[in-house]
Design a protein around this ligand. Sequence first.
Ligand SMILES: [Zn+2]
Length: 218
Amino acid sequence: MRVPYIDIHTHDRDKQDDVLSLQNCIVSKDHFPSTICSVGIHPWYIDNDFDTQYQISETYAASENVLAIGECGLDKLTETKWEKQIRCFELQIQLANIVGKPIIIHCVRAYQETFQVLLQQKVAVPVIFHGFNKNTALAQSALKKGYLISLGADILFGSKNNLINNLPLEKVFLETDDKSISIVDIYTYFCAARKISMDQLRNQLAQNFQNVFKYSYL
Ligand SMILES: [Zn+2]
């Protein structure tokens, strides 16, 4: 049996043949899905009543179909107050540690601060930087800390080939995020740039998914 394509982070609710998608649920914005998902409080959508929002995220986090906490993190381009973002992010790292599920990070212009909070909070679960579109050097400093990298539609423009060729394959995921694009196109591009076969990439990413998320789709 061929392994499915794995889309590690999507906001799309439609099911596609041959694709295993990890839907993202933003607490107090999205409906809680019945399929496998990640659940978190996005820095753009932190409620005024944060305590209630956090309690809801705690309840969701324990559900069996929740495979990860997030996307959550820090964003320098949003209007949400910085202190509020930090507090929210800290609590979600703690929550991920408690439930023992990986954390999916949203990070915009705040890599050093994000690294710092992860360290301070003693993150003890796998950390995945989603939608990574920075340079190879920054990827390497994340990898050195043991973190993983998820690439999305930004690779299709051609300027990330160096990054694609310098990531250890066992630390990579691919995603569509909020783009209306097929995950197969992102796999295809990655294979061409990396000069590996589609089968090799499919098997590797399926293996990564099992290792990190402890989820068996068989
Ligand atoms: Zn997203």
